[in-house]
Design a binder for this molecule. Structure first.
Ligand code: MF3
Ligand code: CO
Ligand code: CO
Length: 265
């Protein structure tokens, strides 16, 4: 299926749901700390989303049972909130998607619980910079492969790996729509980006090898096959003539909080 080109009005509507997702993620950043459970994070996201008159997109999406994905340590993505207690030294990705006014907005960030190990800090910082390098490639006329190549070259130069089995995606009236945005690839290859396309970039970076396994019991939780740490950041982006508009860019820098070190601008 072809990639939809959104109108200016549609992009403004996606910006509204995207900014809600960004603000909810910022709230998580202000509250997250050791001894909380991932179910506590789910409750914060669920209640803040409902309070805005919006709907948490993950809830019941293809059978997903909660309102947010919480992916701790070796969990790559799609972690299901549970009674798991966050411990000093854990790293966690919180992935918020908000549906409002007929459109979805999707963003995620890593949080440090207490003091992270040097390895945890490294994989998190590589994922954060990888997303920014991917974003820097986006403009009318560039190609999808330019995004993937920029991310892959940087991540591998840092002795980490890029997950292949999960990709960024078009977003709008549907949570996931064309195109697939691979976080690896070759410059000059893939479809051309055109003004009005809206998609996510959300590189999953492993400290070890890129292979992942899906939990055979819950069919959702994705873990690194080698047990190494994994990190991810995500933004929803609209292509413009000269670059792009990061629709989920957070309105302010997070105020200093000892539990939160990695939330990016
Ligand atoms: N938010 C995830 C993404 O970035 C998708 C989660 S699907 C869910 O695409 F069902 F697990 F919520
Ligand atoms: Co997401
Ligand atoms: Co996404």
């Amino acid at each position: 299926m072809a990639v939809e080109i959104k109108t200016a009005a549609e992009i403004e509507a996606i910006r509204v749901s995207s900014q809600m997702a960004a603000e909810t993620l910022l709230l998580v950043g202000e509250l997250i700390r050791a001894k909380m459970t991932t179910d506590d994070i789910n409750r914060i996201v669920h209640e803040d989303t409902i309070r805005r008159g919006a709907v948490p997109s993950p809830l019941n999406y293809r059978g997903f049972p909660k309102s947010v994905c919480t992916s701790v340590n070796d969990i790559v993505c799609h972690g299901i909130p549970s009674g798991q207690i966050l411990q000093n030294g854990d790293i966690i990705n919180v992935d918020v998607t908000t549906f409002f006014g007929g459109f979805h907005g999707d963003t995620s960030a890593m949080f440090y619980i207490g003091t992270p190990s040097p390895d945890a800090r490294h994989v998190t910082e590589v994922a954060r910079r990888a997303l920014e390098l991917g974003i820097a490639e986006v403009r009318d006329g560039a190609r999808l492969g330019d995004i993937g190549a920029a991310i892959q070259e940087f991540v591998e130069s840092e002795k980490c790996s890029v997950v292949r089995d999960f990709v960024g995606h078009g977003i709008g009236r549907r949570f996931h729509e064309p195109p697939e945005v691979k976080h690896y690839g070759r410059r000059g290859q893939g479809d051309r980006l055109r003004t009005g396309m809206v998609f996510t970039i959300e590189p999953m970076v492993n400290l070890g090898r890129f292979e992942v396994d899906v939990d055979p019991n819950d069919k959702w939780t994705v873990r690194t096959a080698d047990g190494s740490l994994s990190a991810q950041f995500e933004h929803t982006i609209a292509v413009t003539k000269t670059g792009c508009d990061v629709l989920t860019r957070r309105p302010k820098q997070l105020q200093s909080s000892e539990t939160v070190a990695a939330l990016f601008r």
